[in-house]
Design a protein around this ligand. Structure first.
Ligand code: CTP
Ligand code: MG
Length: 471
């Protein structure tokens, strides 16, 4: 077994770019920035073009090629206008075929320029507290990290980002609900090193407050009462915002558990997990061997920005869980997945896919105001069995309407899609034709590596870091 310092040193070598790599990156990005500046100078818009994100903060991971460039407009313009202008000017620079328009919470455009993937994002030059768009805080975040994190802390943030990626909790987007780059940076700054952050995470007691700009110094109680959330990291550029607001309870708990496991048995696999998806044939065998009770709905191709589609997929997942519960089907676990392109599905495991005809139903307590009415309804045998009295209550046995989960779900989904009870994109894909897969049939969803990996992890039931740590 390697020591924790050996593991960390090894990973540090893999995530911290060399000086030459940093220089090369800045050269290329400055080149792109100059092209954007010159294109804008020929328009009527006076803008500042800023290098932002992890390249500006010196917290990017070696080998990564994604760069954030912001175009800052005067707040007198409207959101739609700056979005449209940025997109058309960027297309003019790199050509339509190398640009992808993106629209989620805000518009932006991705340009594939040489070896870099540039996210070019419009924002406004707003004063703190007078934000016009969600992206206006970013330049202030960048400033804070540049001015307050030491060079060592930036490298420690890189380690934390890599760890978060390895255990599948990196990114604040809806898909993940995890740790953003900024959150990792502020944690590394607060605890001063990767190792101490992990130690803190492994014994974290909630709520926990971190306030890098000391807005709540001496009045911490105010922070606890206004955020009411597990992990509170006060935004250094906005005392009313929690940088960890998008972090779900589940992803925080994942981080805490993985940190505990890492401290006990440090291993580079936490940072670089081995993913070994089972083939469709292996999946089928495993499902049959253990008599797994599975149900999946396949949706196919996606035509929407990732944040929007993931949001709808998650909302459909929660609705489906309720649909199942309404008919007594006990869902042990339900997961939604999409590769954001050609395939998407929701898969669940049930305690049982089929139910017995009869079920026990609890009635009112004897002596309650409903006593007479209850007997009027059920005593003549409408309950099929009973009512009998046991302890203080009435009980009956009745017949269930739905005994087989698959046809029940199919009917319910078609009905929901028709009456507007499902999110629009999901409903669109279900109109009239819902494909439900049962038990071994689920293995046919393993059409590509990503889908196979997702199914493999679903069947295993453990997070990837646990599979790697315990084999
Ligand atoms: N951002 C944004 N819209 C985008 C891309 C980025 O608003 N399309 C903003 C984010 O909200 C964040 C900053 O730009 O404030 C940088 O985002 P991101 O690239 O996610 O984080 P980094 O710190 O650059 O970390 P990474 O190394 O993962 O890129
Ligand atoms: Mg970035």
């Amino acid at each position: 077994m390697k020591s924790i310092e050996e593991v960390i040193d090894y990973v540090r070598g893999r995530v911290v770019p060399t000086e030459a790599q940093k220089e090369r990156m800045l050269e290329e990005v400055n080149g792109a920035k100059a092209l954007i500046e010159s294109a804008f100078s020929k328009s009527k818009y006076q803008v500042e073009v800023l290098i932002e994100g992890s390249v500006a903060k010196d917290t990017w991971l070696k080998g990564e090629t994604e760069v954030d460039i912001f175009v800052r407009f005067s707040p007198e313009y409207e959101k739609e206008e700056v979005g449209g202008v940025t997109i058309s000017i960027v297309k003019g620079v790199w050509g339509e075929e190398r640009c992808v328009e993106r629209y989620a919470e805000h518009p932006f455009v991705t340009a594939y320029a040489k070896d870099l993937k540039l996210d070019i994002v419009p924002c406004f030059k707003s004063k703190p507290g007078e934000w016009k768009s969600a992206t206006d805080r970013t330049p202030y975040h960048t400033e804070f990290v540049r001015n307050n994190l030491s060079r060592e802390e930036k490298d420690e943030a890189r380690l934390l980002k890599r760890f978060a990626k390895g255990i599948d909790v990196y990114g604040a987007e809806i898909k993940v609900g995890g740790f953003s780059g900024l959150l990792c940076e502020l944690l590394a700054h607060n605890f001063r090193s990767f190792r101490r952050t992990i130690e803190a995470m492994s014994s974290l007691k909630l709520p926990f407050l971190i306030d890098p700009a000391n807005y709540y110094l001496g009045k911490e109680a105010d922070a606890y009462s206004s955020f009411k959330s597990g992990l509170i990291v006060v935004d250094p550029s906005d005392e009313r915002r929690n940088v960890a607001a998008a972090l779900t309870q589940t992803k925080l708990a994942d981080m805490m558990a993985a940190s505990t496991a890492f401290m006990k048995d440090p291993n580079t696999r936490f940072f670089y997990p081995l993913r070994r998806p089972l083939s469709a044939i292996q999946l089928r065998k495993a499902i049959r061997r253990d008599g797994r009770q599975l149900l999946a709905i396949e949706f196919g191709k996606v035509n929407a920005p990732p944040d929007i589609f993931w949001g709808q997929l998650y909302s459909a997942r929660d609705k489906i869980q309720n649909i199942m519960k309404n008919a007594d089907f006990n869902v042990t676990r339900i997961v939604a997945w999409t590769d954001e392109k050609t395939s998407s599905f929701i898969i669940m495991e049930l305690e049982s896919r089929t139910l017995p005809l009869m079920r026990k139903k609890t009635g009112p307590p004897v002596g309650s105001p409903h006593t007479q009415r209850y007997m009027d309804i059920y005593a003549a045998g409408r309950g099929v069995v009973g009512p009998w009295i046991q302890g203080e209550r009435f009980y009956i046995m009745t017949r269930r309407k739905h005994l087989d989960a698959s046809p029940y779900l199919k009917k319910a989904l078609i009905e929901y899609a028709r009456t507007g009870g499902m999110p629009s994109l999901i409903a669109q894909r279900m109109r009239g034709k819902v494909r439900i897969l049962v038990d071994e049939q689920v293995s046919t969803l393993a059409k590509n590596r990503g889908a196979a990996q997702s199914l493999t992890e679903f069947l295993d039931g453990r997070p990837i870091w646990m599979i790697n740590a315990y084999g």
